[in-house]
Design a protein around this ligand. Structure first.
Ligand code: C2E
Ligand code: MG
Ligand code: MG
Ligand code: MG
Length: 290
């Protein structure tokens, strides 16, 4: 009797599992095709200095335009790509595309905006990653100082020895390094001193708690304090309101990213903005001279 009930549950369970496995397999197959057939593209989200609201950089964020017309966000395919190892191919494509785009802007004399790319450490092979970065920079004729690589705090933690080698070799190339989603990974602060990142990106969960939550404020304050003594930049992520931006500014945080300033934008829109900004600078130089 009990055995029968047990068997019934078991078969239901396996049916559900089977369906999920099917879905994943389909997604994996489609994702493979997406990389091959050019269905991926990048948006770029501005990073600003506050309160000046000057553009200090952009972050490349991958998107998938599925042939059925839907737009798929990275949260819905990067985790599966990490499990299947496809993330390596995605990250390589993103790196090349971002370097190529920013290299083109740089060569056109538009502006020297640094670009940040996100890289998964789930499947990372240190030698291959370093080689790919070198090649992407060379092919795009992009100075290393205009590239920044973001690793999440939680992935860095899981891979201590490899992370260490990776960080050292990337820095040796002159590429900037930043630790993403900081504050959620439960790492000790000594790890920050040890790895010497150029930038710490405060996770938006803390920014969300501003201006009212004392806990969020305390964490942000602690991060800003250690960053200052390590001479490392801090960027607050997910800034959505003036009140959050002002609270961050009062705490001494000067770089921010978030919907308050801009959503991620297409390359075309960024390019137009850069052109306008250059025209603005040129115009003010002209009027000052006359
Ligand atoms: P992330 O690197 O922390 O990127 C920031 C995410 O926050 C982006 O979501 C961005 O659109 C979103 N965001 C920006 N400002 C705001 C705001 O004011 N409010 C809110 N609520 N959200 C904001 P997106 O583009 O969906 O990317 C999600 C994550 O996917 C990224 O988080 C990153 O971890 C990962 N990802 C994106 N592109 C790549 C890639 O090329 N390779 C890898 N491995 N991961 C990527
Ligand atoms: Mg999103
Ligand atoms: Mg990021
Ligand atoms: Mg983040």
């Amino acid at each position: 009797h009990a055995k029968q009930a047990g068997r019934g549950r078991f078969s239901l369970y396996t049916a559900a599992m089977g369906e999920r496995a099917d879905q994943r397999l389909r997604l994996e197959t489609e994702l493979r095709a997406a990389i091959r057939e050019g269905q991926l593209y990048l948006d770029y989200q501005p990073k600003m200095r506050y309160p000046e609201r000057e553009l200090v950089g952009v972050e490349a964020l991958v998107r998938w335009r599925h042939p059925n017309g839907t737009l798929i966000e990275p949260a819905d395919f990067i985790p599966i790509a990490e499990e299947t190892g496809l993330v390596t191919a995605i990250d390589e494509w993103v790196l090349r595309e971002a370097c190529h785009q920013v290299g083109a802007w740089f060569e056109a004399g538009l502006a020297a905006v640094p670009v940040a790319v996100n890289m998964s450490l789930a499947r990372a092979d240190v030698d291959r990653l370093v080689r790919n970065i070198e090649r992407a920079l060379t092919d795009a004729r992009l100075p290393a100082s205009l590239l920044e690589v973001e690793f999440t705090e939680s992935q860095m933690l899981g891979q201590n020895v490899r992370s260490r080698q990776l960080v050292d070799r990337i820095r040796a190339m002159g590429v900037r390094l930043s630790v993403d989603d900081f504050g959620t990974g439960y790492s000790s602060l000594s790890y920050l001193a040890d790895f010497r990142f150029d930038t710490i990106k405060i996770d938006r969960a803390f920014v969300h708690g501003l201006p009212d939550e004392n806990e969020a404020r305390a964490v942000i304050q602690a991060i800003l304090g250690i960053a200052q003594s390590l001479e490392c930049d801090v960027v607050a992520e997910g800034v959505e309101t003036e009140a959050q931006a002002d609270a961050l500014s009062d705490l001494g945080c000067r770089q921010m990213q978030g919907y308050l300033f801009s959503r991620p934008l297409s390359a075309e829109v960024i390019e137009r903005e850069l052109g306008r900004r250059d025209a603005g600078v040129a115009a003010s130089v002209v009027s000052a001279a006359s």
